[in-house]
Design a protein around this ligand. Structure first.
Ligand code: EPZ
Length: 414
């Protein structure tokens, strides 16, 4: 049971070089199955979700070797059946369905796990495989089977990130053309397409609502450096904003952040952007409250809401935050009330009123809630203890080291 002890009140200043994106790396590790070859991933983040994904791949016959932070995965001997318990620990295990069906015309794995932020059904995934000519059975295990994989026109009920990963990875090896409407447009999907294109795939339209894929017979290995983690970046911007500090996050395109930067600007933080640098200067007392509504990219990212809520307690009037993607993602907001935050939640809306935060013992319930509680503790008066921080270790590499380098006083206990 990991816990983080934070002494609040320090002003955070400095520069943060971001890790490579957790969500891009997890999708690429799964998509590498399609190479039937060796793939080298550069600067792989040392986080537990990646380690769980590697356990699953090794259980399927993959060979993995690190050389510093570069990871080579040999997918040559992969089999399409997965019996590794780790499937139940990460959501990204479901990303394996598309690549396995693309390569073997079949896949079987344990139903996925991941953050407890909602029901997280898989009906859109099922629809995709059925449209490509497969049968899809789901119980404790998921089984997908197709004699042939035939390109088709598919429309997603909503732009699901995971379902888009599976649709693209299956379609790149289908016979003929596949047109996918209402696809996810997240930067991590663009990374996946760039990766698959390097392996020989024929894909157009990433980052737009429609993707067109020409199936190919074979793909091959490659070497790839995923993009940096925009949610980690937003977390550190929030840490500097709430403590009245200033600094720069390096390695992420400001264009990936527009709705988040807009909120920081509206709350009277100073923001400057150039190339892949974002400078922020925060204030301990922010401007009047704002109204935020999360949504699929290019909307305000749902992964940033837990991290932004503590910042909004520094506004001079009430803010509202409406969560439109997950039904159970306000655990951070509710735990922050133990630190004195004046927050109430009605259905999918959080009402955040000006608050003075003080140190308390709180419990993290999911990855981004863990990060949000840490951000709140940085601005709280006195010492906070955040329990169940193994949630944080799933997605943030050396979180406490990076915050300490900015001047925070905190210590992680494992
Ligand atoms: C990915 O999850 C990310 N995880 C999540 O990040 C992120 O919050 C989410 O996309 C949205 O951006 C990874 O990439 C590993 P979805 P995913 O399918 O693919 C509903 C983090 O903190 N839905 O886009 O599971 C679903 O219930 C994690 O890094 C269906 O109804 O998200 C949810 O309400 C948390 N049926 C909404 O769509 C389906 O078949 C968005 O889910 C699929 C999804």
């Amino acid at each position: 049971m990991a816990k983080l002890i934070v002494t609040g009140g320090k002003t955070l200043c400095g520069e943060v070089r971001l890790q490579t994106s957790k969500n891009a790396t997890l999708a690429l590790l799964a998509a590498g199955v399609l190479s039937e070859d060796k793939v080298t991933f550069l600067e792989v983040p040392d986080i537990s979700d990646v380690n769980h994904m590697l356990c699953i791949l090794r259980s399927m016959g993959a060979k993995t070797r690190y050389n510093g932070s570069a990871l080579t995965v040999d997918y040559t001997q992969i089999t399409p059946m997965v019996f590794e318990e780790s499937c139940g620990k990460v959501r990204a295990s479901v990303f394996l369905l598309g690549p396995l069906v693309g390569r073997f015309r079949q896949a079987e794995l344990l139903a996925p796990g991941g953050c407890n932020i909602g029901a997280r059904p898989l009906d859109i995934h099922a629809h995709i495989f059925q449209k490509l000519g497969c049968t899809y059975l789901q119980g404790e295990r998921i089984r997908v089977q197709g004699e042939k994989l035939v390109g088709n026109k598919i429309r997603l009920r909503m732009p699901s990130v995971g379902a888009t990963v599976n649709a693209v990875c299956a379609a790149v090896k289908a016979e003929g053309e596949t047109v996918i409407e209402n696809v996810a447009r997240e930067p991590e999907i663009c990374d996946l397409v760039a990766f698959l294109r390097k392996m020989g795939a024929k894909i157009q339209g990433e980052g737009t609502p429609q993707m067109i894929i020409q199936g190919v017979k074979k793909l091959h290995g490659t070497t790839y450096l995923p993009q940096r983690d925009r949610i980690e970046g937003g977390t550190f911007l929030a840490a500097m904003a709430i403590t009245g500090g200033e600094g720069v996050i390096l390695g992420v395109k400001p264009s990936y952040f527009s709705p988040v930067l807009e909120i920081f600007l509206k709350t009277a933080c100073k923001i400057q952007c150039e190339d892949d640098k974002i400078y922020i200067r925060g204030k301990k007392s922010l401007a009047k409250g704002v109204s935020i509504k999360t949504g699929p990219y290019p909307g305000f990212p749902t992964d940033m809401q837990s991290v932004m809520i503590p910042v909004l307690t520094k506004c001079s009037s009430q803010s509202t935050l409406t969560e439109t993607l997950f039904e159970n993602r306000f655990s951070c907001a509710l735990e922050l009330t133990k630190m004195g935050a004046n927050i109430s939640v009605q259905k999918n809306v959080a009402f955040i009123r000006p608050s003075c935060l003080y140190g308390a013992t709180v419990t993290a319930k999911d990855l981004r809630a863990a990060a949000g509680l840490a951000v709140g503790a940085l601005a709280a008066e006195g010492e906070s203890e955040i329990l169940e921080m193994e949630h944080l270790l799933r997605g943030y590499e050396n979180f406490q080291g990076k915050l300490s380098a900015l001047g925070a006083k905190l210590e992680m206990f494992y």
